[in-house]
Design a protein around this ligand. Sequence first.
Ligand SMILES: [Cu+2]
Length: 154
Amino acid sequence: MSFKSTFAAVLTASVLMTSAAFAGGIMVKDAYARSARPNAPTGAAFMMLMNTTDTDIKLIGVRSDAAKRVELHTHIEKGEGVMQMTQIEGGIAILAGESHMMKRGGDHVMLMGLNDPLVNGETISVTFEFENADDLTVEIPVDSARKPAKGMDH
Ligand SMILES: [Cu+2]
């Protein structure tokens, strides 16, 4: 990805999220969604969740019209380098003043039964539900070509 398009994506994301971020105390940064291949029935979304408050906040769920089922997933090591996806039980704690990365090979938002295939350049709307903060809806750009920050692919 070129510097120019990266900059544009970051700019778009920050403009979209500025107002929501202060409402709920959670800021979502650098979000993107992708499918492993075109027309795949599933996809995933990745982002950084920043807790801008001085109280721990727990992410307890996600929902989206983009897919029939939306879940918080993580990867667990099954031994011998084999990773398996599993649904996260009990939510994800985002500690006061800290951030939590939802990234490839780690925690992620799983989109199962996509209503439409994810198309690069389009956006999907994802709502994050917190135990002790307002819901936060984020427009997440689709970028299936994006390389993982590091580590394994989804
Ligand atoms: Cu998953």
